[in-house]
Design a protein around this ligand. Structure first.
Ligand code: PMP
Length: 290
């Protein structure tokens, strides 16, 4: 049985889960979303994801017609009705159905979509051997225009960077800010380890404030690392002892080379491996039960 999709309070089979071509989510990427995961019937950081969704919506002046509590319940009910123990949850809120103009006032109210599916894990090899990635020329959106802290449905900035990486034979890209500082990857945050410091770019530079990023920073503190949000340059990347990416889908994945320059020993780093293990443990215990 394929999982049922929630659309505005109703459940539909995958093949019947459809929205209008006049929805501004489709016409203009006018909407926001979250990617959430559940592990063994525990939804990881559900409150944090719902809070970020409502913050993103507020950032684009989009009113969600459910309270946070009701949204939480809708996610849990969808998971329960689909009997998924481990799932990837895509929660989407669009501006809703309008006309062909931009005017959001013409939209009749937001559409809420919850898709739950089995997770497609990245190949195990990637976690054992680490990722080789590349930096790309397309800068991350400037925060003054469209702040990357808003997880909007318009991901073209990230898709362009992804295409540049794929064209060069790499699966993931490091994006810089328009001023040339390290920002993040197309769908993940980036960290480096240098001596005893665990460093990741600050959110004000214009990155998504990842929920996995926050968990890993907390774990790092517990492990006695000097956890810092700091501006990073290409030089910092190339001279790092270790590097890794974080994201809901990827979890914690080691980076072993950047533009064919070897990071550290060229193997997943010792501290990275420790953080990966502690993060895995956290997903087994920390979550909303369903
Ligand atoms: N940056 C971008 C651009 C993302 O899309 C994501 C989520 N896939 C992340 C970082 C990681 O965020 P999180 O840990 O909250 O999934």
């Amino acid at each position: 049985m394929s999982p049922k999709v929630y659309i505005n309070g109703e459940y539909f089979d995958k093949k019947d889960a459809k929205i209008s071509v006049f929805d501004h989510g489709l016409l203009y990427g006018d909407g926001v979303f979250e990617g959430i995961r559940s592990y063994n019937r525990l939804v990881f950081k559900l409150k944090e994801h719902i809070d970020r969704l409502y913050e993103s919506a507020h950032g684009i002046m989009l009113k969600i017609n459910l309270s946070k509590k009701e949204m939480e319940k809708a996610v849990i009910d969808t998971l329960k009705s689909n009997k998924l123990d481990d799932a990837y949850i895509r929660l989407i809120v669009t501006r809703g159905v309008g006309d062909l103009g931009l005017d959001p006032r013409k939209c009749k109210g937001s559409s809420i979509i919850i898709i739950t599916d089995k997770i497609q894990l990245y190949p195990e090899k990637m976690y054992k051997e680490g990722l080789s990635i590349i930096t790309v020329p397309t800068p991350r959106n400037i925060p003054e225009a469209l702040n990357p802290q808003i997880k909007s449905l318009n991901y073209l900035n990230n898709i362009l960077a992804k295409i540049e990486a794929l064209n060069c034979g790499y699966e993931e890209a490091i994006m810089f800010t328009a001023s040339g500082y390290v920002a993040e990857c197309t769908g993940d945050n980036i960290f480096i380890i240098k001596d005893n410091a665990l460093i990741t770019p600050p959110a004000y530079l214009g990155i998504l404030k990842g929920i996995t990023r926050a968990s890993v920073m907390q774990i790092g503190k517990k492990l006695g690392l000097d956890v810092k949000e700091d501006v990073l340059t290409r030089h910092n990347l190339f001279t790092a002892d270790e590097s890794f990416l974080t994201g809901t889908a990827a979890e914690v994945v080691p980076v072993v080379s950047i533009e064919k320059r070897i990071v550290g020993t060229g193997q997943p780093g010792k501290t990275t491996l420790k953080l990966m293990k502690e993060f895995k443990n956290l997903t087994k215990t920390d979550g909303t039960k369903y």
